[in-house]
Design a binder for this molecule. Structure first.
Ligand code: NAG
Length: 114
C-alpha cells in the first residue's frame, strides 16, 4: 500500500526491539501477551535520554509519536507478545541507538527497514 504499512510481529518471552526512532507515525494493537513500551519523549535533546515506561497489555492500542526514540519489550517470561503494527508513509527511515544516551548524530540509519 502507498500510505500505510501493516504487519504482525511476535516477540518471544524476554525479547525486545532495538531502541529506535523513525519519521513516521506508528500505532500498534496488542493482540496477545504483555510487556513494556519505553519512549523517550524528550528526543528533541542531543540524545533520547531516560525513557518513560508504559505497561502494554492485550486488547489495547498504543501510539509512538513521530521521531521519539522507543523500544518494545516482552517482559513476560511465560508468553509471546504479539502486536499488529501500522505505520504511515512507507518506506520508513529508521535510526537505531545502542543506548538511550547515544547522541542522535551517532544513531545508525537502517534503510530499507523490514
Ligand atoms: C482480550 O479480548 C479477548 C476477546 O474478547 C478476551 O478473551 C481476553 O480475555 C482479553 N484480554 C484481556 C487481557 O483483557
Amino acid at each position: 500500500m502507498k500510505e500505510v504499512e501493516i504487519w504482525l510481529q511476535t516477540f518471544s518471552p524476554g525479547s525486545r526491539t532495538p531502541i529506535y526512532r523513525h519519521s513516521c507515525e506508528e500505532v500498534f494493537v496488542v493482540l496477545k501477551g504483555s510487556g513494556t513500551l519505553l519512549i523517550a519523549s524528550n528526543s528533541h535533546e542531543k540524545h533520547p535520554g531516560k525513557p518513560q515506561e508504559f505497561p502494554i497489555f492485550s486488547n489495547s492500542t498504543f501510539h509512538n509519536p513521530m521521531n521519539d526514540a522507543h523500544q518494545v519489550w516482552n517482559t513476560n517470561a511465560n508468553d509471546d507478545l504479539q502486536v499488529l503494527v501500522v505505520i504511515s508513509r512507507p518506506p520508513v527511515k529508521v535510526f537505531m541507538y545502542e543506548d538511550w544516551f547515544m547522541p542522535h548524530t551517532a544513531s545508525k540509519l537502517k534503510y530499507p527497514y523490514y
